[in-house]
Design a binder for this molecule. Structure first.
Ligand code: COA
Length: 259
């Protein structure tokens, strides 16, 4: 079904694996279109509760855009290919369900941009993360200047983007670019465990909370607070809210139904 991806569903969990190991999982334009198609499958499957995104092998998550295609990018293609990647990565960011990037090695350029579009990031201890575009004479074009700045602040984003030098997983943890660092063999088990935790939470509360948090860097505090109130009110009307509060008062585990 896909040439450059592996896409699997296991119960409530979908796993999307960029699968071009001989190219260090570099994302070419065809891969972007396949990611977009896989996202349609995720969106159209109401049973799914979490998406894990990773790369094949232990060397690379994604070692950037495919440099053979970059070689052909002129001004016009630069604009269209940048916009297309932004669109597809933004689709990941706005999925109703949370996504986890399991960063199993190099996450460079479009690879880091892809990971940053996910809700959470786990890194293996051998991961290296960077925006090396300037070393090729270009600037990031798939969200790097915007999402990196929002995640780690302007000073740190500037340093990474202007030097183009990658940082290791521990430093990425220190600056808040990744949520956790684990040994390579533990990466997927840890990602699945985190996915199970997320899947055990009430679906709508997670969806609304994610939307509220994502709003926070946009607009004013007053707008953010108003939106938070609106989403909180929606969460108060769910069956899972009744169940969560009742279960606590009855000293039992809640049985959430996602409604
Ligand atoms: N696009 C296309 N092919 C790529 C690639 C990319 N972004 N990154 C790696 N490859 C290919 C290499 O050309 C090589 O192919 P070959 O065997 O046909 O020569 C193969 O993947 C293995 O790469 P190699 O460089 O030998 O692996 P490594 O483990 O020594 O180094 C990296 C890994 C990620 C450090 C190195 O491949 C690299 O710097 N890649 C480019 C990163 C980059 O600048 N990306 C673009 C950001 S915009």
């Amino acid at each position: 079904m896909f040439e450059n991806l592996l896409f699997g569903i296991d119960g409530v969990m979908a796993t999307l694996t960029i699968n071009r190991p001989d190219k260090r999982n570099a994302v070419n334009n065809a891969t972007v279109e396949e990611i977009d198609r896989a996202l349609s499958e995720v969106e159209n499957n109401p049973d799914l509760r979490v998406l894990i995104l990773t790369g094949t092998g232990e060397k690379a998550f994604v070692a950037g855009a495919d440099i053979h295609e970059l070689a052909k990018r002129d001004t016009l293609l630069g604009r269209t290919e940048s916009r297309r990647r932004q669109e597809v990565y933004t689709r990941i960011e706005h999925l109703e369900i949370p996504s986890i990037a399991a960063i199993n090695g190099w996450a460079l350029g479009t690879g880091l941009e892809l990971a940053m579009a996910c809700t959470l990031r786990l890194a293996s201890s051998n991961a290296m993360l960077g925006q090396p575009e300037v070393k090729l004479g270009i600037t990031p074009g798939a969200g790097g200047t915007q999402r990196l700045t929002r995640l780690v602040g302007m000073g740190r984003a500037m340093e990474m983007i202007l030097t183009g030098d990658p940082i290791d997983a521990e430093h990425a943890l220190f600056i808040g670019l990744v949520n956790r660092v684990v040994e390579p063999a533990q990466l997927m088990p840890e990602a699945r465990q985190l996915a199970e935790t997320l899947a055990s939470r009430p679906k709508l509360a997670l969806q609304y909370a994610k939307e509220a948090v994502m709003r926070s860097p946009e607009g004013s505090l007053a707008e953010g607070l108003a939106h938070e109130s609106y989403l909180h009110a929606l969460s108060c009307g769910t069956r899972d809210k009744q169940e969560g509060v009742t279960a606590f008062l009855e000293k039992r585990d809640p049985q959430f139904t996602g409604r």
